[in-house]
Design a protein around this ligand. Structure first.
Ligand code: TEU
Ligand code: CA
Length: 557
């Protein structure tokens, strides 16, 4: 297992629209990020993953790009961006940009040209198919509801969009498209960028015939024809050879539907593709039949089985990314912890898991202060196209507003997109204007100013975990082995590396649970816990309090 800086790093994801507004227009911006870099340096993160900040009409909040080499006007200028990365590098913080190249905005110059006429040189930058109006070329359903096809009246053909109709899919079969992407990547790397998070990168190769899923009525998920497609590894190896191999980068692919075996192909060190991928299996642990809007009670043994599969599966080949939330997922303390009476304990317990498993941890903005889901009363208070489209479509089919709002409260992406809560002043110190989306009303109790100043806060617990990862190589390189696999309350595992050994015991429930310690761990000493523990040495019988996390350590020298 080769030592690499990106294995040892902790990454912090910033969703710029909601992070910090420096000019009072209610929208987060790049100068707002620069203002908060000392906060990130204090936390101790090594890398920032910045969600898209390129020019965009914001149909999907920047994941619909109209100019890859220009900064979104609302976020600032290229000079603001250059100042931001300089200030990051001064603090030893690297920057990953979000590479969104499965699709562009329909306002991108390439698409404006492409849709002009069938013979335009940019026509096959995108995926066009003929078809009678009202008879889409296949039955695939969009991630944002409805068909993945939009009919273009002028040239009387359909174009493919796996996401919104304003996000036409690029045609990666066209080597001109690939060259445009590589040129753009080099342009950003020459600006000093340290790597990329690659948006739905495993969707760029489609089965050429674009076949329908079935002959039955209605739209269906066509992932079998566009996830991990026939040429995806050819394209990534080409991207690595032409671009990435020439720079010292961290690359992480966002790969919905990826398996462990796929992940070895994407992230195996001898594969020369990516460093790691985001798997979605754990994010599906509480989905009915793979549908995020149909909730399923999850149990700890299922949760642990998925983690165990990925820890053991990538033990010697490839590398794990470790996350429980991001800008697309509900807040982890609400989803997997307890955001009421045990919010602080359970936030720290989940953080302990993410920083003691084997892989690179990703902290999503606000997670480090225990920000929670939100429950707006009215659909008009929501901004996310995914939620709004689902709401409108399901309403038409008769689902009640009450049921739909309950689904959005539980699964909606805006849970993660309410403004960062900096202090207890109006709008949580995020803006002096009207925020583009309402602030979570609990900001007076939950905010960074309160957390940084409190030695027992979630923020300072994260800070300790990050420091421990830097001090003890076993956190990064230690072999994972699980104990008590059948427990529905405790997640227990060890990490061993050369002469160092960790024993991690996590209580995932709100009851106290006893744990009998095997003799071979009786010489371990307490390293960190989210409760006061006066005895440093481990006891043969431990009682774990609600959501208690304890990490014991032994070194043979
Ligand atoms: O998300 C890809 C993706 O699979 C999403 O549909 C996600 O699984 C879903 O929203 C969960 O509810 C990426 C970006 O992270 C997302 O913000 C974009 O909307 C999407 O791609 C299109 O670029
Ligand atoms: Ca602003």
């Amino acid at each position: 297992m080769k030592r690499q800086w990106w294995k040892e790093a902790v990454v912090y994801q910033i969703y710029p629209r909601s992070f910090n507004d420096s000019n009072g227009d209610g929208i987060g911006d790049l100068n707002g990020i620069t203002e908060k870099l000392d906060y990130l340096a204090e936390l101790g993160v090594d890398v920032v993953w910045l969600s898209p900040c390129y020019q965009s009409p914001n149909d999907d909040n920047g994941y619909d790009i109209s100019d890859y080499r220009a900064i979104m006007k609302e976020f600032g200028t290229l000079e603001d961006w250059q100042r931001m990365i300089q200030e990051m590098h001064k603090r030893g913080i690297k920057l990953l940009m979000d590479l969104v190249v499965n699709h562009t905005s329909d306002e991108h110059q390439w698409f404006i040209e492409s849709r002009k006429d069938k013979n335009n040189p940019y026509r096959d930058y995108y995926i066009w198919r003929s078809g009678e109006k009202g008879e889409e070329p296949n039955d695939w359903v969009s991630y944002f509801s409805g068909s993945t096809w939009e009919y273009d009246e002028d040239t009387e053909e359909y174009y493919l969009h796996l996401f919104s109709r304003k996000q036409p899919d690029l045609n990666w079969e066209n080597e001109k498209v690939r060259q445009e992407v590589y040129d753009m990547m080099i342009w950003w790397l020459e600006q000093g960028v340290d790597g990329f998070r690659m948006d739905v990168i495993n969707m760029i190769s489609k089965v050429p015939e674009l076949p329908s899923v079935s002959q039955e009525k209605g739209y269906k998920f066509g992932g079998q024809y566009f996830l991990n497609g026939p040429k995806v590894h050819d394209y990534l190896r080409e991207m690595n050879e032409v671009v990435l191999s020439k720079y010292d980068t961290l690359t992480v692919g966002e790969t919905p539907g990826v398996t462990v075996e796929d992940a070895k192909l994407y992230s195996g060190e001898d594969r020369h593709e990516l460093n790691m991928v985001f798997q979605f299996e754990l994010m599906g642990v509480d989905h009915q039949k793979g549908n995020k809007w149909d909730y399923k009670e999850w149990c700890l043994t299922d949760f642990k089985a998925i983690i165990r599969k990925w820890q053991l599966g990538l033990a010697d080949e490839g590398w794990n990314s470790l996350y429980l939330n991001n800008h697309d997922q509900p807040r982890q303390v609400s989803r997997f912890g307890n955001d009421k009476e045990y919010r602080v304990e359970s936030a720290k317990m989940l953080a302990t898991m993410l920083h003691t498993l084997k892989g690179t941890p990703y902290i999503y903005q606000g997670e480090e202060i225990g920000m929670t889901n939100v429950a707006f009363k009215n659909i008009n208070e929501y901004q996310d196209i995914e939620s709004i489209n689902m709401y409108n479509e399901a309403s038409k089919q008769g689902t009640s507003e009450e049921e739909l709002l309950a689904k959005i409260h539980q699964r909606g992406r805006d849970n993660a997109r309410t403004p960062m809560q900096w202090d207890d002043s109006e709008h949580a110190g995020f803006t002096t204007g009207q925020p583009w989306i309402k602030v979570n009303p609990n900001y007076e109790q939950i905010n960074a100013m309160k957390s940084v100043g409190d030695k027992n806060s979630i923020f300072n617990y994260y800070k300790q975990l990050i420091q421990l990862r830097k001090k003890y190589p076993v956190f990064v390189y230690g072999e994972f082995m699980e104990l008590l696999e059948e427990s529905e309350e405790l997640f227990v595992y060890t990490r061993t590396f050369n002469d160092q050994d960790l024993l991690v015991i996590l209580n995932f429930c709100e009851k106290s649970i006893d744990f009998c310690v095997d003799d071979k761990y009786l010489d371990h000493k307490l390293l960190i816990s989210n409760y006061e523990r006066n005895k440093l040495s481990i006891q043969s019988k431990l009682s774990l309090r609600p959501y208690e996390a304890t990490v014991y350590y032994k070194s043979n020298n």
